[in-house]
Design a protein around this ligand. Structure first.
Ligand code: AMP
Length: 429
């Protein structure tokens, strides 16, 4: 607690920190809070789970006056992150009695309009914020603190123009925080354009690299599911998150895992909010231990005790990869990131491996029982009829990934399998 006190955090916030049982500040908190309290703009290189909400929240909560209009605006890429950040800010500010209001799409706008009338701090996603602005149900003229949380994700999701429109509506005389797991050229450009002499604070990922094992299997597409089930059955010590690049794949996987007695739930942006909340609740309460998700659905979710991350599809960028693996090996625990790389993933995997800081070791694919996979549920899916990558034999992975996790590339010309184009309802995979 002494270390928190040294950061000049107010008594009211210190009380909450004590109640929450935080014993010492995280690195981002230690570096950010003193500068934030001096009114500096902060550009933070920091991922989910680093404790950044308190890092930017402390200064905001101490600086906002109750009942004087919306003085702080936090932009997040997803509604889940908006809810999570709002929940944390509400908790940290409870002895100030501040009104923290979250606004995001996919739900009725009217309760939000009512809540906004008494809001001190607003947390929201860009689309819905713009809706409120155009309906004049949100006034940003009193904003003194502006936060872009997970800015890289917002840009990846194509929100850049929306975000810029919102920034333009906020008063120029404001303190700004921009947090991003990766500082890309676009992020740098934004910080130059909108921030005043920002101080760059980078923290080591909360993920403890010495406790995180990263491996990959170069597996033929037609063996991928069988290998996946084999690995899932072999070891699991905590919660498992499985990442796919498309909604359809999450459903495909969750459905087929159930056939093999592995109770998995899929979460993606296409689900109703209530359903998403229910899924997260059962995952948190350990009713299910396998969550199959897309990046969008998983973004910013604060899920503890994830022991394994599977990339069933390899993400397109190293920043996405880092976000995914950042969910395990946290807070001193061990974690494993397992990448299932097939021919269709080579290009993405090559891009991921361009990040030299990532050490991904190749493992030999073990002999596994070929499992029957049902495509019936999603006949038009990526794995369904006419899939150009679908191999019909074990030679499905022509070529092979070269490079032992570094650089890599293709070997051989890799003629494509799966030319039949017929619908495939049930196949050993
Ligand atoms: P955040 O990155 O702000 O979403 O925080 C991630 C998780 O870490 C949340 O569950 C916080 O409640 C928790 N947390 C934040 N700061 C600390 C701290 N100093 N010590 C322990 N846990 C913390």
């Amino acid at each position: 607690m002494k270390e928190f006190e040294k950061l000049n955090i107010s008594e009211n916030i210190l009380k909450v920190i004590k109640e929450l049982g935080f014993t010492k500040p995280s690195e981002i908190q230690e570096k950010t809070i003193p500068l934030a309290l001096q009114g500096k703009d902060i550009l933070g290189g920091s991922a989910t789970g680093s404790g950044k909400t308190l890092a930017f929240g402390a200064g905001i909560i101490q600086g906002v006056q109750k009942g004087k209009g919306i003085q702080a605006l936090v932009l997040t890429p997803t509604r889940e992150l908006a809810e999570q950040v709002a929940r944390s800010l509400r908790e940290f500010s409870k002895y100030y009695n501040l009104d923290v209001v979250e606004i995001y799409g996919g739900v009725n706008i009217n309760p939000q309009i009512r809540a906004l009338q008494r809001a001190d701090i607003v947390v929201g996603t860009p689309g819905r914020i713009l809706d409120h602005l155009s309906q004049r149900t949100l006034a940003l003229d009193k904003v003194r603190f502006l936060v872009l949380d997970e800015a890289d994700r917002m840009l990846d999701m194509g929100f850049i123009r929306d975000v810029e429109k919102i920034i333009d509506v906020c008063p120029r005389n404001r303190q700004m925080f921009l947090f991003s797991a990766t500082i890309s050229i676009d992020i740098e450009r934004m910080s130059k354009k909108y921030m005043k002499d920002p101080i760059y604070i980078s923290v080591e990922s909360y993920v403890d690299a010495s406790k995180l094992t990263q491996i990959f299997y170069d597996v033929p597409q037609n063996k991928k599911f069988s290998l996946f089930v084999h690995l899932l059955k072999q070891e699991h010590s905590g919660l498992i998150m499985v990442f796919c690049n498309t909604r359809r794949n999450t459903d495909f996987l969750a459905d087929n895992l159930k056939r093999y007695g592995l109770h998995a739930l899929a979460i993606h942006g296409g689900l109703e909010q209530n359903r998403r909340n229910a899924i997260l609740k059962s995952f948190h309460e350990n009713e299910v231990y396998i969550l199959v998700c897309t990046d969008v659905a998983a973004r910013g979710l604060d899920i503890q005790n994830v022991s394994h991350i599977y990339n069933y599809d390899i993400p397109k960028t190293s920043s996405e990869y880092i976000h995914r693996i950042g969910r395990t090996a946290r807070a001193g625990k061990h974690g494993k990131a397992i990448n299932l790389v097939s021919q269709r993933d080579y290009e993405n995997f090559r891009k991921v491996c361009e990040d030299d800081s990532l050490k991904i070791k190749q493992e030999v694919v073990p002999e596994v029982e070929a499992l029957f996979v049902n495509f019936n549920m999603k006949p038009r899916g990526r794995f369904g009829g006419g899939n150009r990558d679908r191999g019909h034999s074990d030679s499905g992975s022509r070529g092979g990934y070269r490079g032992g996790g570094r650089g890599g590339g293709y070997r051989g010309s890799g003629s494509r399998g799966g030319s039949s184009g017929g619908r495939s309802f049930g196949r050993r995979y």
